[in-house]
Design a protein around this ligand. Structure first.
Ligand code: MTE
Ligand code: MO
Length: 249
């Protein structure tokens, strides 16, 4: 005799249904329990869906012919000028803080890791948008290489530019950091990342507003406390102008 998979499943289903009916007849609270479990699942799903959803992606033909540069258009320090002149040959991205193994990664090491390309729309709070193609290393791969410690809650990006008096910086939480469209980009529209767009490396965190997309990133810090950095609000514009730390779009 052969028992088909379908037969097994049907049989199992019937048994469960019968069991369920009996249970409800015998004890009312089982039904109540099932309903509240459903409600719980739905609530959890509503909370989770917007965090895991992908940002819309576009076609190459939809790319903006002129992608505006905003904020710093260079990192105006002697150190940065030197790196720019050398084609960033000795430049390093450091990964420090709550990690198992601190990293000091040359651009070449990042380029040798699996890369991801995405064509997305950048939205600045100042009221302009632009569509661009970005290629880079998924932040997740960089974090995995360093080994994020369980106490870590935020990923903080230290930039090479001073905007006004203080260095630009930004931070995101770990859900945003592990999202597949969160990359450290080193190419834009098929060419090396231009100076005004954050060469040699900038964050693309596609479901967040423009100011979260830190340019000229030289350091990544894993932390459990944003209050220790800058003005304590997790980012340059958050400190200075009260912009929302959570800038989801
Ligand atoms: N290091 C650094 N990153 C930055 C800024 C900046 O001034 N310095 N400006 C932010 C703002 S407000 C926006 S809209 C985008 C602009 O990126 P783009 O110049 O590539 O258009 O970068 C963000 N990241
Ligand atoms: Mo912006």
């Amino acid at each position: 005799m052969t028992i088909s998979r379908r037969g097994l499943i049907t049989g199992l289903g019937a048994g469960l249904t019968l069991g369920g009916c009996q249970k409800i007849l015998e004890t009312g609270p089982a039904d109540l329990l099932a309903t509240s479990l459903d409600r719980f699942t739905m609530g959890a799903q509503r909370l989770v869906t917007p965090r895991t959803a992908l940002a819309r992606e576009y076609t190459r033909a939809e790319r903006s012919p002129d992608f505006r540069a905003n904020g710093s258009r260079t990192a105006d320090t002697a150190e940065y000028r030197q790196h720019l002149a050398e084609g960033f040959a000795t430049w390093r991205l450091t990964v420090t803080g709550l990690v198992r193994q601190g990293q000091s990664l040359p651009l070449e090491a990042l380029r040798q890791m699996p890369a991801h390309t995405q064509i997305t729309r950048h939205d600045c709070v100042e009221g302009w948008s632009a569509i661009g193609e970005w290629t880079g290393t998924p932040l997740k791969l960089i974090l995995d290489r360093a080994g994020v410690l369980p106490q870590a809650r935020y990923v903080l990006f230290e930039c090479a530019d001073n905007f006004g008096e203080t260095p630009y910086y930004e931070s995101i939480d770990l859900i945003e950091a592990y999202h597949p469209q969160t990359i450290m980009a080193w190419r834009m529209n098929g060419a090396a990342l231009p100076e005004r767009h954050g060469a040699p490396l900038r964050l693309r965190v596609e479901r967040q507003l423009g100011y979260k997309h830190a340019k000229y990133v030289k350091g990544i810090v894993l932390t459990d406390d944003l209050a220790r950095f800058g003005g304590g609000k997790g980012g340059f514009w958050e400190d200075r102008a009260g912009y929302q730390w959570w800038a989801g779009i």
